[in-house]
Write a protein that binds this ligand. Structure first.
Ligand SMILES: Nc1ncnc2c1ncn2[C@@H]1O[C@H](COP(=O)(O)OP(=O)(O)OP(=O)(O)O)[C@@H](O)[C@H]1O
Length: 447
């Protein structure tokens, strides 16, 4: 990352230090925020994209132990471990310096500092940083999957493991959680990325259309078949076939699909010639795995066939800090799209956003923020600029459908470890199990 792209936050109770650092850095970096009060750190990190915090170690001017600095350093790291922190103190205590580095500080500077040394330290830190600001999965189509929460990091890890394989994938998640985006990311990160990605919303196909659309037909196969038509299975040859809303197909359609997948051939309607299949199959549904396991609705043999690996995409309300991360992502995209200056976010705006349950998940967040950007008067988004969709709010949030015990346990473990900043002893205590039991589970879930 380059110096000119960096966003810096300076926290020091000495006004002179704040002024000096703002003047020094203003012309070199993308943005400098300064504040006297460390209690504002959390809301500043929520409101602004910050890459480095320059943090004073002594705030009350009475106790010069530096412990306040370490306290705030830990707070910043638990908010987002990827933010670098440079600690600054008038007391060049080597023990304290080592302690702060052990606690995750990236560097330590003694007052009065030399400007070149401070700028050098910032440059060194930036050299290690990638230009991509938010943790995200890249895709060829240019769309980014943004997410920093433990549950989404887990999803990203799974995607990167399964993408290069030929495994059939089943993606489960409520509407608007990003299943489509994930299916594309799997394709774009697979060996089939230069071949077609074909999406079919099978849940919306009538029974007659289901066969003609998927398998294709020969001229004269039925009334209205005026020419040969290639089916979607054949169109996806060499690439990926994405069957969306798979949970909505009838039992009869399931039998047809299963026979094609078992035989690895497809025969267009009106033809006697079977065509060999060369597809990677990805399916998605907003039904839970439990609903799918109901044999009166879904054939078990088909589930096994389409579900070599499942990816469960959690609802947005269970993703913690992702809401603010996605908020910054969408607002900066829409500000650019609608030719507006970059927006500042009022703390009340963030609070209102975080208090909402988002029954429509990321899609609802995205459209809500687009509306806010379009309607905003000034360049600060306030709580009033946030109007939630009446249609989505009229629906009760779907109760979380993750009823698989193992997934619940794994999610709980990841959340607690993230909360405790990776500290295993503290996490084990909070989970009510021993360290050994926690290690055993980490092993079991490959964490
Ligand atoms: N993690 C994410 N980062 C950035 N954008 C996202 C993310 N998740 C979803 N989106 C955006 O939200 C919108 C809805 O996502 P998508 O269509 O993939 O959801 P879905 O689960 O397939 O929805 P449905 O079940 O209704 O088909 C899209 O515009 C997508 O680009």
């Amino acid at each position: 990352m380059l110096l000119k792209d960096a966003n810096i936050l300076v926290i020091d109770d000495d006004e002179d230090v704040l002024t000096a650092l703002r003047l020094l850095l203003k012309s070199m970096v993308k943005s400098v925020q300064v504040n006297k009060n460390p209690n504002t750190i959390q809301s500043l990190l929520e409101q602004h994209q910050i890459d480095i915090v320059i943090l004073d170690m002594n705030f009350n001017g009475v106790v010069h132990t530096g412990n306040e600095g370490i306290y705030w350093l830990n707070k910043i790291k638990s908010f987002n471990s990827k933010i670098d922190v440079i600690l600054i103190t008038a007391y060049g205590d080597i023990d304290l310096a080592i302690k702060s580095l052990k606690n995750g500080a990236s560097d330590f500077i003694v007052k009065p500092w030399k400007n070149e040394k401070l700028v050098d330290s910032i440059k060194q830190i930036l050299l290690q940083k990638k230009t991509v600001k938010a943790p995200r999965l890249e895709s060829l189509s240019g769309e980014k999957i943004v997410g920093d929460s433990a549950v989404m990091q887990d999803v990203f890890l799974k995607i990167s493991k399964v993408a290069p394989t030929e495994a059939n994938i089943l993606i489960l998640g409520e509407n608007g959680t990003g299943k489509d985006l994930i299916a594309r990311a799997i394709h774009d990160n697979s060996n089939r990325k230069n071949k077609p990605f074909v999406k079919v919303d099978v849940g919306a196909l009538t029974s007659t259309l289901f066969e003609s659309e998927l398998f294709g037909y020969k001229k004269g196969a039925f009334t209205g078949a005026n020419e040969n038509r290639m089916g979607r299975f054949e169109a996806a040859s060499g690439g990926t076939l994405f069957l969306d809303e798979i949970g909505n197909i009838t039992l009869g359609q399931q039998v047809r699909l299963l026979s094609v997948l078992q035989n690895r051939t497809v025969t267009p309607l009106g033809s006697n010639d079977a065509i060999d299949l060369d597809i990677r199959l990805i399916c998605a549904t907003n039904l839970s795995i439990n609903d799918l396991a109901d044999e009166s609705k879904f054939r078990k043999d088909l589930i096994y066939r389409i579900n070599t690996v499942d990816i469960i995409v959690p609802p947005l309300r269970d993703r913690g800090s992702d809401i603010t991360l996605l908020c910054h992502h969408f607002i900066s995209n829409y500000a650019e799209k609608y030719f507006k200056e970059p927006f500042k976010l009022d703390p009340e705006f963030i609070k209102k956003l975080k208090d909402h349950t988002f029954p429509g998940n990321v899609r609802e967040l995205q459209y809500t923020l687009e509306r806010s950007v379009i309607m905003a008067e000034g360049n600060t988004l306030k709580a009033n600029d946030l109007v939630f969709s009446a249609i989505e709010s009229a629906q009760k949030p779907q109760t979380s459908k993750i009823v698989n015990l193992e997934i619940l346990e794994k999610t709980a473990i990841l959340n607690v470890i993230e909360k405790n900043n990776g500290n295993i002893s503290k996490s084990a205590k909070e989970l009510g199990i021993t360290r050994t039991a926690l290690y055993r589970r980490l092993n079991k879930y490959d964490l």
